[in-house]
Design a protein around this ligand. Structure first.
Ligand code: ZN
Length: 277
């Protein structure tokens, strides 16, 4: 797992960093990589350091009372650096009455003086998570919705010369699927078995065409858990049986910028040899 990277920063003019150093050490004890900017950093310096150090989160500490002017400037500087995705939390001497203003300005969370480092660490782990420990291995296949596999196949096998590996029915999705091998990947022609099939509805709405892209992953359950932490929605959050001895799920197109992305894990064991793929 990649460690969560935290930048602890002290904007403004106050000259005490004991509290910031205690927090930095406390978060290191929670397994995080912590970078400390040192005293008296300008908002622009803080934003630039955050980008250079590729941090997931910035913790601001302010004792000077200047948080109402300095914190919004840091949020602004992050926007300038195209780094608005970095979570920003803050603590120090901040009156409760200032919290709504700071949250509206874009600070994700304010920890008042009674908060513990454990609370802070728990918040960070929940809201930042870690980057995925493993990226998808390859494009497993591209799914293409067709009205009829029979009438579509000649284009792929004869015109393009691809090899037909097999045809399979997947009852859970109410589809018939033809697999065409292309390098390490496949094209999947999907034909609806019934009018209630998602493929039938897709063709009614969009006509025939590309339906989804499938990425092969290891340990699909762990990937779903990890991505859910990042706010990703799934059509089914428990993996289900797909074609070709796979476990699959779909990322909701809303979470994937309009593309239906399938994650699939090959679960075929050693006895899988010779299975029609
Ligand atoms: Zn698929």
């Amino acid at each position: 797992m990649n460690k969560i990277r935290v930048l602890i920063a002290k904007p403004g003019l106050d000259g005490h960093d004991r509290g910031a150093l205690v927090i930095a050490q406390g978060l290191r004890d929670h397994g995080m990589e912590v970078i400390y900017t040192g005293l008296r950093q300008s908002p622009v310096q803080i934003a630039k350091t955050a980008v250079q150090e590729d941090v997931d989160i910035i913790g601001l500490s302010s004792l000077s009372g200047a948080h109402r002017t300095l914190f919004p400037k840091i949020i602004e500087a992050l926007k300038e650096e195209n780094a608005s995705d970095i979570t920003v939390i803050a603590g120090g001497v901040i009156p409760a009455s200032d919290i709504p203003f700071l949250v509206a300005e874009g600070i994700n969370k304010i920890f008042t003086s009674g908060s513990t480092i454990d609370e802070m660490a728990a918040y960070i782990k929940q809201h930042v998570g870690t980057k995925p420990s493993v990226s998808p291995k390859k494009i497993s296949h591209i799914g293409i919705a067709v009205k009829s596999i029979e009438s579509t196949l000649p284009f792929y096998t004869k015109t393009l010369g691809l090899e037909l590996e097999g045809i399979e029915e997947v009852q859970s999705e109410q589809v018939k699927i033809a697999f065409l091998k292309i390098g390490e990947s496949r094209l999947e022609l999907l034909e609806a078995l019934h009018d209630s099939s998602p493929i039938h509805k897709f063709i009614l709405r969009n006509g025939e065409g590309i339906h989804h892209i499938a990425l092969e992953v290891d340990d699909i359950t762990a990937r779903i858990r990890e991505m859910t932490k990042h706010g990703i929605h799934f059509l089914n959050s428990d993996p289900k049986q797909g074609a070709n001895q796979t476990q699959i799920t779909f990322i909701h197109p809303r979470s994937a910028h309009g593309v239906l992305v399938e994650l699939c894990e090959e679960v075929g064991g050693p006895n899988d040899e010779g299975h029609v793929r």
